[in-house]
Design a binder for this molecule. Structure first.
Ligand SMILES: Nc1nc2c(c(=O)[nH]1)N[C@H]1C(S)=C(S)[C@@H](COP(=O)(O)OP(=O)(O)OC[C@H]3O[C@@H](n4cnc5c(N)ncnc54)[C@H](O)[C@@H]3O)O[C@H]1N2
Ligand code: MOO
Length: 393
């Protein structure tokens, strides 16, 4: 397999198509933020549920406050939470609090600021017309009306209205379940002392957090030595629980390419994609679960994720597409011929600058970047001021 970025992306898209049609699951409303609503939600109730006051003040019939000042006797008090069964008697005022049910017969609210109370009488300085500061039942939404449409990415404002009508759980699209396996005899988890030749495993956590940031649920992050038996066992565990497996390392031309050695006999396609970093790539379908095999260099892994996994995961999760822009570059640069190059850049004042060399081990340089600069395979030189395509990280 030797292919272009576009060809490989096409193959990955095809292999990951099932992620767009994952079944629904029910989650507590409290956990629904960031999830895609699976079905239209109709309101079970009117909102407001009952006619209530928009102000602390006095409920009156507008007719009796037409000419002011006028003094009315105070017939009672209703607070928010009261049942609101008392009827209003024309020519009187009922002391009322914001959110309290308006007594039948009252049709306007006079805010307390426009009144003076003496004993059990209130003098109203400014009248109000019918409906002023009255919140009618159903004026926001009526029972049976569409509250939130299927396919909505639930945000706090959607959760708010669902809570307001008493919804406890919602049906949402299941998140893609992803498993990560890093490979390499040299890898050690943080917290363990490093022996000569060993390095900390950064790709496991980098891929897990990348997956989560793009709407996936990470079911496991495992680490394998270069031993085929161990890798195969971890792979089987991952396949049992995941819709997608991402591996890192073990795909190029060395003697200990555990990922390639295990997956190629299962039909995996391994080879070079015309890009830098991220050239060596593998793609395998095992038991109907797609396995994306990214190269082990830390920047190669992250760039592979950006180019091949992130756009598809965001689409499956209903998240907005990755932001791309054309921006002028601050300096002259050269690019390797016949490879699409993804350089690490930073945008300042509407221009993009390079923040790191092209080496795929430069993980600290990657951390300085906020965009990838995407240079086509045909590009060999770019002069300062030329517009280049960038993708937000
Ligand atoms: N003769 C050739 N050698 C290499 C080629 C080639 O075409 N011919 N391609 C190079 C390119 S490009 C890349 S990228 C790497 C990809 O190699 P692998 O995917 O097999 O990765 P490894 O050899 O396992 O590791 C590469 C590098 O990355 C470090 N690494 C691996 N995993 C992790 C991790 N989880 N956390 C941190 N760092 C990791 C590893 O120690 C190596 O330094 O192959 C080139 N070689
Ligand atoms: O493709 Mo490798 O990712 O250049 O370093």
């Amino acid at each position: 397999m030797a292919s272009s970025v576009a060809e490989h992306r096409h193959a990955v898209t095809h292999m990951l198509r099932a992620l767009d049609a994952l079944p629904a699951e029910t989650v507590p409303l409290r956990d629904a933020r960031g999830r895609l609503l699976a079905a239209d939600l109709l309101s079970p109730l009117d909102l407001p549920l009952f006619r209530n006051s928009q102000m602390d003040g006095f409920a009156v019939d507008a007719g009796s406050v037409e000419s002011t000042p006028v003094t009315l006797s105070i017939a009672g008090t209703v607070a928010a939470g009261d049942a609101g069964s008392t009827a209003h008697v024309a020519g009187t005022a009922v002391r009322i609090m914001t959110g309290a049910p308006i007594p039948d017969g009252a049709d306007a609210i006079v805010p307390v600021e426009d009144t003076t109370v003496a004993d059990d009488r209130v003098t109203i300085d400014r009248g109000r017309t019918v409906g002023e500061f009255v919140r009618e039942a159903g004026s926001d939404v009526v029972a049976g009306e569409l509250l939130v449409a299927a396919g909505t990415l639930l945000a706090a404002r959607h959760i708010a209205v669902l809570a307001a009508v008493g919804v406890e759980t919602v049906s949402v699209r299941r998140r893609p379940r992803a498993a990560v396996i890093t490979t390499g005899a040299e890898l050690v988890p943080a917290g363990q002392p490093l022996s000569p030749g060993q390095i900390y495993d950064s790709n496991g956590i980098a891929l897990a957090t990348s997956l989560e940031a793009n709407g996936a649920e990470v079911v496991s992050v495992a680490r394998s030595s270069d031993d085929v038996t161990q890798f195969r066992r971890l792979l089987d565990d991952a396949l049992a629980n995941a819709d997608l497996v991402i591996t890192s390392g073990g795909v190029s031309m060395g003697d200990f390419e555990v990922v390639k050695e295990t997956l190629q006999p299962l039909g995996g396609q391994f080879g070079h994609v015309g890009m830098q970093p991220g050239g060596p790539q593998g793609l395998t379908m095992v038991n109907d679960v797609p396995v994306l095999s990214f190269p082990g260099n830390p920047v190669s892994t992250l760039v592979s994720f950006e180019v091949f996994a992130r756009p598809l995961l965001r689409k499956a999760a209903g998240l907005p597409a990755v932001v791309a822009a054309d921006l002028p570059i601050t300096r002259d640069l050269t690019s390797v011929p016949n490879r699409r190059q993804f350089l690490r850049g930073r945008v300042r004042d509407g221009q993009v600058d390079i923040v790191s060399g092209p080496g795929s081990h430069l993980v600290a340089g990657m951390a300085l970047a906020d965009v990838l600069i995407d240079l086509s395979a045909e590009t060999t030189t770019v002069s300062a001021g030329t517009h280049v395509q960038v993708w937000a990280l």
